[in-house]
Design a protein around this ligand. Structure first.
Ligand code: ZN
Length: 256
């Protein structure tokens, strides 16, 4: 059901999108792009490269949430099958994005060393904004980083990526089950995971797995209701999806 996406195709789309953004992209010092720009300009940017193209729309479709999701699914299938293409990992790509970045997606994931987003989705330099914390725990700084990633480059897809046997969740479940406190800033991690722990408590099945999935769902819910992102999700210009990564198979299940 998915279509093949050549790296050069994505790269061309990103270049076109950059040309759309040039007039309005003034960086962090400026007011938020989406909030401050006139409606027509916002519409043109959020519509992606298709809005600015005149002749190449057929061979380079717009980077809609659906299309970016298919690109990530295709990359993950290559990772699972051991047929990586390593797109956008060349010196030419490095030079291309040195002047500006327009990633396909923002990925909010765990710090786990076995779940590097660029590898499990078979992408390269300039393709993904990546925010990583233990068990993708969220707070104001993290959510601000996510907002920035989406706002700065209008990435149409935001992926919340949890994973099998998450060590931070194991730590939280064991500590909370024992009624113990966590030392130093691990207390912050514990506090951030407490809602998922409570949501999963008493459910049938494995408590850690249930808590991992609850944490993905709750984080998706938080981001779906982000004040900056919500209007664009409502209009179909951006989407938040939850995903679960299997350490055993390498497969990402976009199940939330
Ligand atoms: Zn983890």
């Amino acid at each position: 059901m998915s279509e093949p996406v050549e790296p050069s195709q994505v790269s061309r789309a990103a270049r076109t999108r950059r040309s759309v953004l040039v007039a309005g992209a003034t960086g962090l010092a400026a007011a938020p792009l989406w909030a401050a720009a006139p409606a027509a300009a916002v519409g043109a940017r959020a519509a992606g490269p298709a809005a600015a193209r005149s002749g190449d729309a057929a061979d380079s479709p717009p980077l809609t949430p659906d299309r970016v999701l298919r690109i990530l699914e295709d990359g993950n299938r290559r990772w699972v099958a051991g047929r990586l293409r390593h797109p956008n990992q060349t010196v030419a790509r490095r030079e291309e994005v040195a002047a500006g970045q327009h990633p396909l997606a923002t990925v909010f994931s765990c710090i786990d060393s076995r779940v590097p987003p660029e590898i499990v989705f078979d992408r390269g330099v300039g393709d993904l904004f990546v925010v990583r914390t233990a068990a993708q725990t969220n707070d104001g700084l993290v959510q601000g980083a996510v907002e920035y990633g989406v706002q700065e480059s209008l990435t149409p897809l935001l992926v919340v990526l949890g994973h099998q046997r998450c060590g931070a969740v194991v730590f939280a479940v064991e500590t909370l089950n024992a009624g113990q406190e966590a030392p130093a800033h691990l207390k912050d991690v514990l506090d951030a995971l407490r809602p998922a722990y409570e949501a999963a408590k008493g459910l049938p099945g494995d408590q850690v797995e249930n808590t991992i999935r609850a944490q993905i769902r709750l984080t998706v819910h938080q981001l779906e209701h982000d004040a900056l992102l919500e209007p664009f999700e409502r209009e179909g210009r951006a989407r938040v999806v939850g995903a679960y990564y299997s350490l055993d198979t390498g497969a990402v299940d976009f199940c939330f």
